[in-house]
Design a protein. Structure first.
Length: 94
């Protein structure tokens, strides 16, 4: 989990640990799960998901984090895309 403060916004980047450093390809999509963007504090999934409340922008990838966000009602299942079968979702609060 990594938090960024950008002006009045807080961006939360979360991913499943085993995905760090991987690059996913599907059609014209190339999705890099870089340590520079995602690697921060290693926390339990529930803690990472709880940080959605304090964030205005969320970028998440991985079965564990996306499924927990769906379970908690932060993400609608139809808003999830899959890249090489890996779920990815974003939240933007305006």
């Amino acid at each position: 989990m990594k938090l960024y403060k950008i002006g009045n916004h807080v961006l939360l980047a979360i991913c499943d640990t085993e995905l760090l450093g991987k690059t996913l390809h599907q059609g014209k999509i190339t999705f890099k799960i870089t340590e520079q963007f995602y690697k921060g504090e290693e926390v339990e999934v529930d803690h990472a998901i709880s940080m959605i409340e304090k964030s205005t922008i969320v970028n998440m990838i991985g079965e564990n984090v996306v499924n927990k966000a769906i379970e908690k009602g932060y993400v609608h299942p139809e808003a999830v895309i899959r890249i090489e079968g890996i779920p990815h979702a974003q939240i933007v609060k305006l």
